[in-house]
Design a protein around this ligand. Sequence first.
Ligand code: HPA
Ligand code: ZN
Length: 331
Amino acid sequence: TSLAAALDALPKVELHCHIEGTMRPSTLVDLARRNGLDLPTSDPAELYRYDSLDSFLEVFWMVQSALGRPGDWARLAYESVVDSAAHGVVHCEAFFTPARHLAAGQDLAAIVAGLDEGLAAGEAETGARCLLIADMDRAFGPAVGLQQVQALAALRHAGARGTERVIGVGMDSTERGIDPASFRSAYDAARAAGFRLTAHQGENSPASAIAACLDILGVERVDHGVPVMDDSELVSRMVGERVPITVCPTSNVVIANVVDRLEDHPYARMRTAGLLATINTDDPALTDLDLAQEYAAVAAAFGYGWDEMVHIALDAVDACWLDDAGKAALR
Ligand code: HPA
Ligand code: ZN
């Protein structure tokens, strides 16, 4: 439709995208071959299959394990910028989650430098910009998370390549049975080191866990935040303080199965309540979509027209972590 075409051209900001989740299936096949990784199938169309958050995370870990050398991170990052810019993404704050790689002996400095090299090449080619958020993998526990934050802070202090691009710290992976408050020292260390703070919460946990992220971890944004509407006090507070929620509607349908259809997603109620709820892809290659398609799908599901979609795109500018001049340049 013409709305979909206009949304493709609309300059957009992406705030919830895992860079590993942007890996083209063809790149996965290629990297796996070069790094001696066995894939369950060599048919690119069959690689990204899952039916729950847990089985999705297994696919995500397979993708991560294909990233063996610094050059692989650079290729992933370059392709990520080029692919998203082709559908109107002008500014992205992308997650990377290195715990698994670090446990396997990779070097954090080499990962960040590899990402920086690929992002810089993609930026030079497209004019888009991509900053990074270093996510802690909750499955590895709070002590590993704290170590990761300390290692990043030390690299930044030493002026290591690409560390100025890593503006924030977050956490992702499984939520079940994990109290977000257990990551308090990691968040305290990240804040002290000058990182911006966010956390995946409410993909698979109740509203009380979102409140804990705000109260105990001091996060500035919440990634997913699906059950927020269950707690009216939490809603008033997040509306009043304009705490951004980076919502990933299609991901919530196909990955976490929190709702069966987009039409049943609380996104529209979040907007009506006045929440700063943005639209994001989460893992665009693994769900076979781009940010423009995500915008179009939300518009179709809730009957939003152009003006509402532009409003949402401008809210994402407000929610990003650029300074006022940087935000003004995006409006
Ligand atoms: N949820 C949790 N962790 C993740 C996801 C997700 O959707 N994608 C990549 N890591
Ligand atoms: Zn995510």
